[in-house]
Ligand binder design. Structure first.
Ligand SMILES: [Zn+2]
Length: 233
């Protein structure tokens, strides 16, 4: 269970339930949004966690539309009336329920992508139309939050992060922190752009970064990895 201390403005941030990607709940003064939705096969556990916690999400931010993040967006929008927010570059993929697989950044994932692109129907998901699309930023104050969504391309063209109270960033797959991957994502369409997005994330002054897969990451960890990666370019 990933639960952070409330921010200084009293925003609660926690992981809804274990799933194929981290689904985060962001809540302040009784108003709630979700960031990412998991895969279709996670639906049962998402539904029971929402009902157990009495959560009706007003909105869903998709950090991007890979199948493991966007798989329940259409269902959540239908069942709970949640508004769906996504970057412009992802909105057509979402509307088709079919997002291209990103490129591998290491030889193992490069091989996997070759296989994945041949079995692409496996990665399709229920199509969903977005209620709000944005190019650079999207303000979340309409949901009672001191937060915004920020475009952070690199993992894929429309990748985005949610910046909360200037303290915590939910970053999708711009960062990964699982036992075998720390912290550079094994899949990215554009590595240089990804590193520029890391600069943008560090510039927010946030102290905690929540990845789409695995545990929270500190700014010190990102700074160290950023220096290493830049030295290798
Ligand atoms: Zn992804």
């Amino acid at each position: 269970m990933i639960t952070l201390p409330d921010t200084s403005l009293g925003t609660a941030i926690f992981r809804l339930t274990p799933a194929r990607c981290n689904i985060y709940v962001v809540s302040r003064q009784g108003r709630v949004i979700l960031v990412d939705t998991g895969m279709h096969i996670d639906r049962g556990r998402v539904e029971s966690a929402l009902s157990r916690k009495g959560i009706i999400p007003e909105a869903i931010v998709l950090t991007h539309t890979h199948f493991d993040h966007a798989g329940n967006a259409a269902w959540l929008a239908r069942e709970y009336g949640s508004e769906v927010i996504v970057n412009t570059a992802e909105s057509e993929f979402l509307a088709r329920g079919d997002t291209p697989i990103p490129s591998g950044t290491v030889s193992f994932t490069k091989g996997l992508v070759g296989i994945g692109r041949k079995i692409t129907p496996v990665f399709k998901y229920e199509p969903c139309s977005a209620d709000h699309i944005f190019d650079e930023t999207f303000d979340l104050s309409r949901y009672g939050l001191n937060a915004f969504v920020m475009h952070t391309p690199g993992h894929c063209a429309g990748e985005s992060a949610v910046i909360i109270d200037g303290e915590v960033a939910i970053v999708g797959d711009s960062l990964i922190n699982i036992p075998t991957v720390k912290i550079f994502p094994p899949f990215a369409d554009d590595v240089k752009e990804l590193l520029r997005s890391w600069e943008k994330l560090l510039a927010t002054r946030c102290h905690t970064f929540l990845p789409g897969h695995g545990n929270p990451i500190s700014r010190e960890q990102i700074t160290a990895e950023y220096r290493k990666r830049m030295a290798a370019i």
